[in-house]
Design a protein around this ligand. Sequence first.
Ligand SMILES: Nc1ncnc2c1ncn2[C@@H]1O[C@H](COP(=O)(O)OP(=O)(O)OP(=O)(O)O)[C@@H](O)[C@H]1O
Ligand SMILES: [Mg+2]
Length: 275
Amino acid sequence: MPEAQSQSPVRLVEPTAAAAAAAEGARRNVVGLQSVSKRFESSTGSVQALENVSLDIRAGEFVAIVGPSGCGKSTLLRILCDLEQPTQGQVQWGHHGSHSRPRLGVAFQEHRLLPWLNIEDNVCLPRLMQGKASAQDMERARSLCKLVGLNGFEKRRPSELSGGMRQRASVARSLFTSPELLLLDEPFGALDALTREQITADTERIWMEQGFASLLITHSISEAVHLADRVIVMSARPGRIAAEFTIDLPRPRTQALGSPEFGRLCAEIRAKLEL
Ligand SMILES: Nc1ncnc2c1ncn2[C@@H]1O[C@H](COP(=O)(O)OP(=O)(O)OP(=O)(O)O)[C@@H](O)[C@H]1O
Ligand SMILES: [Mg+2]
């Protein structure tokens, strides 16, 4: 992965940014879910997707959610994106519900890149959707491509890239708005194990550099332990929080992969999962 350039319009902060933001975050909530429930009603019946879910995410914190298929993980993320409304409970943005909604970045399981745009235009899409991108915006898009390891591929179309490269482009696009809260819904789920490990390590590095809060949804316990300060385990039907684990392994965690402590945490989390 290339180093970020000092002249880059992508504002990089010291590697301690995540730690500093997390220390500040001990006081400041980015978002709080309070007793959130979600019921879907349809002609074929109703589904209680979420029941009484309460969760705080603090500034600079990395939270991961693991849980069986259908336990409401994506529904929870869609509620945070304002794509769904809770049937009960509420979402409070900011400190003590000051309603200062943070800038959000989102990356989904499918890369959702537009096939007719090249990679830098795709990364710039949040701006293009508002109108025209400036030269500075395009420069920022190119810097983000570099940040995620797509240097030299900026002018390619998504169809010319590998699956891993497309996911990297999707992550670059999610960073375009300089998010205060990054939402990741299994963005690396479809990748082979080696590529996934590399992107996970790169994601940790970028998070440590930039210090945003992050919510990752994943089926991979080791990915959750690699990245998260806290791992939330959900159970299904209805989707509830079943357990919570604090992960205080030193960062970056690449060297801890395969250590006894890492394995012990993964085993404890697996024991709480209804697979
Ligand atoms: N728009 C909808 N209308 C009706 N039911 C829905 C809708 N969206 C989700 N559901 C239901 O809500 C439940 C939770 O779905 P959700 O997609 O949040 O699960 P998930 O934990 O993300 O699963 P996976 O790990 O497979 O992605 C499921 O039973 C699903 O069928
Ligand atoms: Mg899902």
